[in-house]
Design a protein around this ligand. Structure first.
Ligand code: FES
Length: 100
C-alpha cells in the first residue's frame, strides 16, 4: 500500500507527454498520463474492466476532453477516472459510480 498522503517523485514532468507512462512506486504499478488541460494523473495501471495495463493504451482527445483509452476493449476514462465510453456498446452511457 502506497502512502498516498505523501509526494513521491516517479518521473520527470517532461517525460509525461502524449503517451501514457508506466512507473513503479513501492511495488505498485502506476500509469501517468496528461490530460488536455496539461494536468498529470497517476492511476493504478490496471483497467477496472478486465485488468489490462492502461499504460499500453493511449490518450485520445474527444469532444468532452482527453480520455485514457484501455488497449484491450477500448473503454475510455475521463480525467476524474470515470468510464465514459464503451466502444462495443456505442449507445451505452456508463453511469457514475455511486457510493454503496
Ligand atoms: S480490459 Fe480495459 S476495456 Fe476491457
Amino acid at each position: 500500500m502506497i502512502e498516498r498522503q505523501l509526494w513521491h517523485p516517479v518521473a520527470l514532468i517532461e517525460d509525461v507527454a502524449e503517451a501514457p507512462v508506466p512507473v513503479r512506486l513501492l511495488g505498485e504499478s502506476l500509469v501517468l498520463w496528461r490530460d488536455d488541460a496539461a494536468a498529470v494523473h497517476a492511476w493504478t495501471d490496471r483497467c477496472p474492466h478486465r485488468g489490462a495495463q492502461l499504460s499500453l493504451g493511449k490518450v485520445v482527445n474527444c469532444e468532452g476532453g482527453a480520455r485514457l483509452e484501455c488497449p484491450y476493449h477500448g473503454w475510455r476514462f475521463e480525467a476524474g477516472g470515470r468510464c465514459v465510453e464503451v466502444p462495443a456498446l456505442p449507445t451505452f452511457v456508463p453511469r457514475p459510480r455511486t457510493a454503496p
